[in-house]
Design a protein around this ligand. Sequence first.
Ligand code: AMP
Length: 416
Amino acid sequence: MNSFDTLDLIEPLRRAVAQAGYESPTPIQAKAIPPLLEGRDVLGCAQTGTGKTAAFLLPILQRLASSPTQGKPKIRALVLTPTRELAAQIGDNFKEYAKFLPLRHRVIFGGVKQGAQVADLRRGIDVLVATPGRLLDLQGQGFIHLNNVEFFVLDEADRMLDMGFIHDIRRVLRLLPTERQNLLFSATMPEPIVQLASGFLSEPVRVEVDRQSTTVEAIEQRVMFVAKADKKRLLQALLKGDDSIESAIVFTRTKHGANRVVKELAKGGIEAAAIHGNKSQGARTRALAGFKEGRIRVLVATDIASRGIDVDGVSHVFNYDLPNISESYVHRIGRTGRAGRAGIAIAFCEPSESPYLRDIQRLIGRELDVVDDHPWHEPSAIPAVIPHRSERPPAKEGGRSRRSRRRPRGPRRRPN
Ligand code: AMP
């Protein structure tokens, strides 16, 4: 017995999920699918890796299949996503779930020629998965008509806002008919998302899965204090010396940084591929495929490129540069330790990054485990005040703080 049976899905969908090897709905699916089948708007708080794509695609496919259109298909469902990779992944999921239904879809994103996208749009599709820029571009050229959209999904809304897509989202919303079912998914729910959601969702059912349990608890989180100039040596040494690192994603803050890390690793005989916005779509797809198939052990990524990448079995995530937005840390380490598997996240912290570390520890409510038995340990990177559990009284002015004990040399902060 497949417990998807309790969800009232039509037979072609049940067959498809069974073929996909899904035995039971994930928590977000169990919570979101029933209200979506009833036609309710849904505000979902869930990260990639929780099964959220099926949570929104299955009910949409069911509703589309139950009221088929005559003649050439029209765009009846629009899924807006921040990145090309995520769009492509949703397209792959569509193929899997809709394989026994007569529904057509198309994924569109920028960075590639528009010809093939336009040809498919001309033939007619039921579901459009798109990134905002190319969507508006093709709509402006008259290739896309959104006046038949019945289902609108805004996926990874927090990342959309981070990437500055808010105006594009508002433009898209203005192109949609007012009568429609809306879904918004976001890994985090900061105030701007709540506001955006209240602007277009109508009495939404709020569903969430516990982010804490999928990331913080399942992942072993370590920090290594290191001077900026030694990070590359430290990374090489770890990748060379530790066989348990089967596959790793290394996060850098910038695209140049990602390229540099790949070059440095290559010098040390470690093959790695970079994935970021300056790479051609072909290069990104190849890198990702190589990584997924296990041919490439190390993927070096910036936040934006990594968002939504669904790769199972990443054993390690390295925060080569610490993110200045603490939420990004949570997204990054969410690439490992998925589906109940233990993962390891290792943060490199250089002296200028210690404030970021402090913010991250505050956000996740715990300290990372310090690994200091390595040749490049840099005590001056240890944050001045580490939030911790002990009853130790707060350091008094002029008193010996934990930092001053650990840090015998170097400049001392003057009492003011
Ligand atoms: P998502 O969060 O939508 O990116 O999904 C993460 C991964 O979980 C994808 O590889 C899906 O194929 C897989 N998945 C989704 N739903 C289920 C399920 N009910 N059982 C097992 N795997 C699933």
